[in-house]
Design a protein around this ligand. Structure first.
Ligand SMILES: Cc1ncc(COP(=O)(O)O)c(C=O)c1O
Length: 383
């Protein structure tokens, strides 16, 4: 075939900057450098055994493999709603206000397809530096993307007065934030929801890291008094160390969930029934979440003082498993390259979008022992 037909949106999307980091990491490993990877934000904790036991039991109990329905198992929707009530005091109807998702990434990517009309000039606002998936999904849906640059002065939250409300269809927020770890306080969430309602905009709140906190438990957008126009995205990937299982849910405004119930059967991304049953076990149990939080806290207690002693300033919030640090001379890529030569890998903030320059993101995902070793190294290396 002479030339493949390619969606111009795909052709236009640049190489993910993290590819550069992966190549540099591989090259360093080939030179015999022992790598401690704090650069990639993927949990590397063992999934609690009781969750996998529930998965295996469910798999064996249903020898005939069937297609999972997009609406999910009622038990899973009930477990999710019960967790939202326990954790946030939010009353959510499991039958009409919750729908399971295959992790949260695909649901975040596809939401714009549900809301945006191609050619209408709809705008989707995303925050930067940030998780790139909301913007990529919006582009593929044919929306115009408005980037809202986050700053430390505003607590790494978007300035609600600077949002282009005209033509806006969807506002994405992420609290606790990747990469900043910043938490949106409940009054700010309520204000954001009210402004969205006023302008007929959907507020999509990515709450993937809400269970990883070191201060007060972060609130949910589902706690705002009036929930119309609000959707919250949750996942077991971080909370229950299940990134490979692919299990999450979306909850909120009944009319929006109804749209997802209409859209999602075409996607075919409902989690497998045995994953859904394992997820029921995971949402019902909190001890393993306390334990995970304690492990992340131990890593943070080891690494944060060492990074500060090396000359980096902690400018992020106190949630998520990220440490968001300002580099003294602003050269994030330069310092990342120098430390990589000694095995300590961090993500340059400039890879995470405009506004990220001059910062490094450290993901507390290696073992406590590896974090101790990284702490020794950075204390010795300095900036
Ligand atoms: C901010 C944020 N949201 C959502 C996700 C998606 O996670 P998952 O698809 O595993 O639920 C990630 C994963 O890294 C993330 O960083």
């Amino acid at each position: 075939m002479a030339e493949l037909p390619v969606n111009p949106l795909l052709a236009a999307q640049g190489t993910y900057p993290f590819v550069r980091l992966t190549q540099a990491k591989q090259a360093a490993a080939e030179r015999g450098i022992e790598i401690i990877d704090l650069g990639v934000g993927e949990p590397r904790e063992a999934t609690p055994a009781f969750i996998n036991e529930a998965l295996i039991a469910a798999l064996l109990a249903e020898p005939v493999s069937t297609y999972p329905l997009a609406v999910g198992l009622p038990e899973l929707r009930e477990a999710a709603a019960a967790w939202l009530h326990r954790r946030f005091g939010a009353q959510v109807d499991p039958d009409t206000e919750v729908i399971p998702t295959y992790g949260s990434k695909e649901a975040i990517f596809t939401l714009a397809q549900v809301l945006v009309a191609n050619g209408r000039g709809d705008v989707v606002a995303v925050t930067t530096p940030g998780y790139p998936v909301p913007a990529r999904g919006a582009e593929f849906a044919g929306a115009e993307v408005a980037e809202l640059t986050l700053t430390q002065e505003r607590g790494w939250l978007p300035d609600l007065d600077a949002i282009p409300w005209k033509r806006l269809a969807l506002l994405w927020i992420n609290s606790p934030g990747n990469p900043t770890g910043a938490v949106a306080p409940l009054p700010w969430l309520a204000e954001a929801a009210a402004r969205c309602r006023e302008h007929g905009v959907v507020l999509a709140s990515d709450e993937a890291y809400c269970e990883l906190y070191f201060g007060a438990p972060p609130p949910s957008a589902l706690q705002v008094g009036e929930r119309s126009g609000v959707l919250a995205f949750h996942t077991l990937s971080k909370r229950s160390s299940m990134p490979g299982h692919r299990s999450g849910f979306v909850a909120g405004d009944r009319d929006l969930v109804e749209l997802l119930r209409r859209f999602r059967p075409s996607l075919g991304t409902a989690p497998q029934a045995f994953v859904q049953r394992a997820s029921v076990a995971a949402w019902r149990e909190e001890d393993h979440v306390d334990e995970a939080r304690a492990r992340y806290a131990a890593k943070r207690d080891v690494l944060l003082p060492a990074l500060q002693a090396a000359g980096l300033e902690h400018v992020g919030g106190d949630a998520s498993f990220f440490l968001w640090m300002r580099v003294p001379d602003g050269d994030d890529e330069g310092l990342a390259t120098r430390w990589l030569e000694h095995g300590v890998v961090a993500a340059p903030g400039s890879y995470l979008g405009p506004g990220g320059e001059g910062h490094l993101r450290f993901a507390l995902v290696p073992t406590v022992k590896a974090c101790e070793r990284a702490a020794e190294l950075v204390a010795r290396l300095g900036t």
